[in-house]
Design a protein. Sequence first.
Length: 113
Amino acid sequence: MYTNPPYHPGHHGHQGPHVLFQADPNWQHMLKQKRDTILGALHPHIGRTIRVTTLEGHTHEGVLVNVDGHHAYLQINPHGHPHGQHRPIYTPAQYNQIMTLVLFELLVIVLLS
């Protein structure tokens, strides 16, 4: 899925830029399509309550306040999640703050209201 940079034995020290990772060129088109799909699904629901689950399994619930080409901005719901779902622990001062979520890390998005 990705291209390993060439290994050059005997190169010691810094001799200019060295590619540590280079994505497969076919990814670019696919990633743009997926980003546009997620953006299109979220944008009409700005101002509504959603629940998102990230690739890491974290679940967040709140009001979608904005979405751009790379991020969704979620105002965290201070009332927690129903049904005992995972919710990060926040101090009272953190309630109602905006959480920035990377679109590519969203696995499931559920419209709640």
